[in-house]
Design a protein around this ligand. Structure first.
Ligand code: SF4
Length: 412
């Protein structure tokens, strides 16, 4: 397959209208020889061009509530088993949510995204989120994407009725690997949320994290599952180990460098705030700059039990490095070479030809100098900081798009 460059082109032409990728084909894409990567990208670009032309959507993360999560997702700095020093603050006020949307509209954003940490919002938070959706839709007409955690069918219906267009809820990894990254909820709960959102008439934004120790088969299963769900938007994160999280600490013990947390004043931070204002304080901002943080979620201020839980969880669950029996070698963050990341993006494009494919966290760290090539498969990037980790410079990203001859579309 690797010697036949037309194989990937034929595959691209077939998956647009015909049968989607088979599992074997998907594995062949992910395991294509490195020398075939440009042929693979050419096939992915064929689909990307057909669906989105040369536009690149720029997305900004805005966290309306940070930290304080009772779940134990091993990669997440906001989880109850994390000792990473992230800002923790309750749901921002209705006025702040509306003010953020106002600034997004002023700056030409088409979409306003509201993300909250936690398994699911409380009743009071839910009322406020729905009220914000109603009011923002009425005043600004923005497209609205809400990332509220797990949703019931009734909540999905209420969200749609309030005026939301899209729900973000990542599957994150394969069903087989899910228990290795979280024990407080399962893959089916996440999938059920997506099904509820779809049934309510909401668009789906769902993607994953690659490099947490899963196998190639796990990556393929996630890509095909998202294809079966026909998600409208698909963020691909390349795992960045964060010190203080079980999965991050495990990678660090293996010699993989952890990444800095978001929030220290940086070019990207300043530029994004200039664009969207202070609302949301974008996700997992660090302790140092969270101007609304009522508390800082850090080991020094948390009960010792938290750290003990973290260590226990890390060894009992996340410490297992083997993939399910019969799967290929596990793929950790250390193995995320730029070329492998390009193959991952090509795989997700071929498995999801019409999805807005977004390169999310880990773009700068793992794709490095090959970032521009990623945009031949993906048509969307996060700019500014990510949920808990630092991003890059907005100016550099804009220059990259200019150099590629691509046009930027602000999604906000
Ligand atoms: S990923 Fe979401 S549900 Fe999991 S620990 Fe982080 S905030 Fe909580």
């Amino acid at each position: 397959m690797g010697g036949d460059g037309n194989f990937f082109i034929r595959l691209a032409d077939r998956v647009w209208d015909g049968p989607g990728l088979s599992r074997d084909e998907a594995l062949a894409v992910l395991r294509a020889p490195d020398e075939a990567v440009l042929e693979l990208l050419a096939a992915a670009y064929r689909l990307r061009l057909r669906a989105f032309g040369r536009a690149v959507h720029l997305n900004y993360l805005i966290n309306a509530k940070s930290g304080r999560c009772g779940e134990d997702c091993g990669y997440c700095s906001q989880s109850r088993v994390s000792t990473a020093p992230v800002a923790a603050y309750p749901l921002v006020s209705l006025d702040e949510l509306i003010a953020g949307a106002s600034r997004a509209a002023e700056h030409g954003a088409r979409t306003y995204c509201m993300a909250t940490s936690g398994r699911q919002p409380s009743s009071a938070e839910w009322e406020q989120i729905c009220a914000a959706v109603r009011e923002i839709k009425r005043r600004f007409g923005l497209r609205l994407c809400v990332s509220p955690g797990l949703l019931s069918a009734e909540q999905a219906r209420q969200l749609r009725e309030a005026g939301a267009d899209r729900v973000n809820h990542n599957l994150n990894t394969s069903r087989a690997f899910y228990a290795r990254i979280c024990t407080t909820h399962d893959y089916d709960a996440r999938r059920a949320t997506l099904e509820a959102a779809r049934a309510a008439g909401l668009e789906l934004c769902s993607g994953g994290i690659v490099g947490m120790g899963e196998s190639d088969e796990d990556v393929v299963d996630l890509a095909l599952e998202l294809g079966a769900l026909k998600v409208e938007a698909l963020p691909v994160n390349f795992f960045q180990p964060i010190a203080g999280t079980p999965l991050g600490d495990r990678r660090a013990a293996e010699g993989v460098a952890t990444v800095p947390l978001a929030g220290q004043t940086s070019d990207s931070d300043t530029e994004a705030k200039a664009l969207l204002g202070e609302c949301g304080d974008r996700g997992d901002s660090d302790a140092g700059t969270s101007d609304r943080a009522g508390e800082i979620q850090r080991s020094a201020s948390s009960p010792a039990a938290k750290g003990e839980r973290s260590a226990a969880a890390a060894s009992a669950v996340y410490g297992k490095s083997s993939s399910p029996k019969g799967a290929s070698s596990p793929r950790g963050a250390a193995a995320l070479t730029p070329i492998y990341c390009l193959k991952v993006l090509a795989l997700f494009r071929l498995a999801n030809p019409r999805a807005e494919l977004r390169i999310a966290a880990g773009r700068q760290v793992h794709l490095r100098s090959l970032q521009p090539l990623g945009l031949f498969a993906a048509n969307s990037i996060f700019v500014g900081d990510y949920l808990t980790t630092r991003g890059g410079s907005l100016e550099n990203d804009r220059r990259m798009l200019d150099d590629l001859g691509f046009s930027a579309v602000i999604d906000g």
